[in-house]
Design a binder for this molecule. Structure first.
Ligand SMILES: *[C@@H]1O[C@H](CO)[C@@H](O)[C@H](O)[C@H]1NC(C)=O
Ligand SMILES: *[C@@H]1O[C@H](CO)[C@@H](O)[C@H](O)[C@H]1NC(C)=O
Length: 454
């Protein structure tokens, strides 16, 4: 094509821009060796009071053997403008990884029966909950002001071809749970999924709700409707989650970090198994006024499976959350993360909402966890008001100590042997263990049996 005039250059630029916009992404941007790309999720259609909670498989994601450096996101409208939490509450989103059998499209997560299908294998994080919480990234209303950057020389390794089972390919899934609170009768009630505000009698799987269940995910699943003011006209609009992934191509100079997520509802201390209920309620304090103490403290413990250095940490809480911390067996603080509340009406600073969480970036090597060390997670909420369906999660990135650093940029061969071993030998074992777990789960849910052994 001969571009003789400035005009055709401009037209070409406009056409290219339009193509980029349609493809939902711009080109890869390189900055000091770090690549970055902006993507749009599939379209999310909302009207006042509506709830969407959908899983989008095979989302756009950087390909190849890479180390992820960060994953940032926000909800935007069709014009690309950021949307306020006051209009669309981002309850949560998670980005998860799977291995999908080649040639198979449209595999769907099979409701509460989980992964009882051979076409899709969860390639989750390093733990700790038995099911759920296997994401690599995931936040909620705090997304805009929470740092996710993984400092050098560390990175979250994905796309390693040696880890993908033969006949499978690695794909990513994005789950986005958003609640449109425009014109809501009780905005905070909608965001806390209070059952009395939603048009539900059964949960998502058709099981009748327990009358004692007053709020949480079982009442605000995909397609439910929160109560809005009568005179409100239904104004439909399309939204997207715009997410930015930063990464570097994999090399031996990168030290891999493992993703661990702890949950304050983890039952391990009492049952010996990591059943994580993910959400819980905070009761309003009856003694708070007298004692001037409105703090509700929740705790759980876990035995940490590896020895390593903590590289990054952050908590996840919902409105009402104050702070959270992870403590070592000797009581030292491994990481403390506080809720940051908005103060105004602008996007990213919405009053009453948690708009960010503080993060920990310990000097590498300064915060160590021993193998088998008992960690305590503490999550503090305000009990001045009651809260339903809140969460107390803690996310840490750990560099395993067995990867000995020889000089600043070099990792011993043993790490490669280890990766190979876990990739080849343990993999079959892991799959069969996962299948057994899924099978048992399935039996339990089919029997209508909930395992709350105390
Ligand atoms: C709730 O209301 C919405 C919108 O009116 C409707 O599409 C949906 O089917 C209803 N859901 C339930 C569980 O009643
Ligand atoms: C939670 O509250 C208790 C009581 O005020 C306090 O001692 C503790 O330090 C708090 N924990 C965190 C993580 O802020």
């Amino acid at each position: 094509m001969y571009l003789g005039s400035q005009r055709s250059v401009i037209i070409l630029a406009i056409v290219l821009l339009a193509i980029y916009a349609q493809n939902s992404k711009a080109r890869v941007i390189h900055e000091n060796g770090v690549k970055s790309m902006v993507y749009l999720s599939p379209k999310i259609t909302h009207h006042p009071g509506s709830v969407t909670n959908k899983n989008y498989y095979d989302i756009e994601f950087p390909k190849g053997h890479i180390a992820i450096k960060s994953f940032n996101a926000e909800v935007v409208d069709e014009a690309g403008d950021p949307v306020s939490l006051q209009e669309t509450y981002l309850h949560h989103w998670v980005a998860m990884r799977y291995y999908r059998r080649k040639g198979v499209k449209n595999v769907k997560f099979n409701g509460n029966h989980g992964f009882n299908q051979p076409d899709l294998i969860k390639a989750g994080n390093a733990g700790i909950c038995n099911q759920g919480l296997s994401q690599f990234f995931g936040l909620g209303s705090e997304t805009r002001k929470t740092s996710t950057y993984v400092p050098d020389p560390y990175g979250i390794e994905v796309g390693n071809p040696r880890e993908v089972p033969a006949g499978y390919e690695e794909i990513w899934m994005l789950n986005i749970h958003a609640i449109d609170t425009r014109g809501a009768v009780d905005v905070m009630g909608c965001t806390e999924c209070r059952c009395n505000l939603y048009n539900v009698t059964n949960d998502e799987y058709g099981r009748p709700l327990d009358p004692n269940y007053i709020g949480g995910l079982y009442c605000c699943y995909d397609g439910t409707q929160c109560k809005v003011k009568n005179e409100l006209k239904s104004v439909e609009r399309n939204l997207y989650m715009r997410y930015t992934v930063k990464w570097v191509d994999w090399s031996d100079s990168i030290l891999p970090v493992k993703v661990y997520i702890f949950d304050v509802t983890d039952t391990w201390e009492h049952t010996g198994i990591h059943d994580c209920y993910i959400e819980f309620d905070v009761e309003q304090s009856t003694t708070g006024v007298a004692t001037n103490d409105f703090i509700s403290i929740s705790r759980s413990t876990v035995s940490f499976p590896i020895a390593g250095d903590v590289i990054y940490g952050v908590a996840h809480q919902h409105s009402g959350g104050i702070s959270s911390a992870l403590y070592g067996e000797d009581g030292r603080i491994i990481c403390s993360s506080k809720s940051i509340y908005g103060k105004g009406n602008s996007v990213g600073d919405e009053a009453g909402y948690i708009v960010g969480m503080t993060t920990c970036y310990p000097e590498p090597g300064s915060v160590k966890i021993a193998k088998g060390e008992i960690l305590t997670l503490e999550s503090n909420y305000s009990s001045e008001k009651s809260h339903t369906g809140v969460m107390g999660l803690f996310y840490i990135l750990v560099a395993e100590s067995s990867l000995k650093v020889n000089g600043p940029d070099q990792v011993y061969e043993e790490s490669i042997v280890e990766v190979l071993f876990s990739g080849v030998a343990v993999f079959g074992l892991a799959i069969s263990a996962a299948i057994v777990v899924v099978y048992q789960r399935r039996k339990q849910s089919e029997d209508g049996y909930e395992s709350i052994a105390t």
